[in-house]
Design a protein around this ligand. Sequence first.
Ligand code: GUN
Length: 304
Amino acid sequence: MSAKIIDGKKIAAEVLAEVERDVRRLKEERGIQPGLAVVLVGENPASRVYVRNKTQACERAGIFSQQYNLPAGTSEAEVLELIDTLNHQENIHGILIQSPLPEPLDEDSIFNAVDPRKDVDGFHPVNLGKLALGDPTGFVACTPAGVVELLRRAGIETAGKHVVVLGRSRIVGKPMALLMLLKGKFADATVTICHSKSRDLPRITRQADILIAAIGRPRMVQADMVKEGVVVIDVGINREETAGEKSKLAGDVDFEAVAAKASAITPVPGGVGPMTIAMLMSNTLKAARALLKKSAATPARAGL
Ligand code: GUN
């Protein structure tokens, strides 16, 4: 079988063009420019690249952005103080704290401090709860939201299919599985989540109609772990250091071998990666619009 390559770069460009158009309209018609604060703590080289890409995407989409680079030794109290300021800042509609945070910072208490209405990452328990309940007013984490958008725009149906998610992180695995479980189009799947303690992984992954790999181990998914005709979504972005050469990116899937059996597959790079940023822009626009709806509702309530 020769697999269709799902072009994340092209699909992300479509999403970004729609966001850019809607941001322009929001500015022209309502005088509001969506704003995103991006917080980076420490010197993680991959995080620095991601954060730079996010602020550049804001510029292209017409979204105002503010970047905060805090040194690795920043205390939890200092990070929480910055989040509190941003929670109250009117021109900031979305707040992103780049993960992973350096030790000993506690990601849970820091993510939980972001106002859920500005949590464009979808990491806050309120937003994860809304996702679990199918409440569309919440924010969905950008990478899994991007995977759904890829499937939708590539015309890959999920209803009744067996979707196997490899990985159970707060950023990808858990929200990904919840999205696939929702009722409706490009959801309605039968879902299995696997993780590092799952037994006999290949037996489970071979049952997948759609396999979503987000385990963070380069080329872990091999051809003997999938069935003919599977759709494979590779979320992995692993940097491989080779002596004397520039580091290379590798996904969680052995692309060449698995593509020979798959009906469709995402490449790395150029698959899921660009979608994460596109969905971040889309979530920031949604946060700015939600504020508008709320202020429109206030006078009516006051008049009761
Ligand atoms: N690190 C890797 N992916 C993400 C993401 O989607 N959001 C944040 N905040 N950090 C990340």
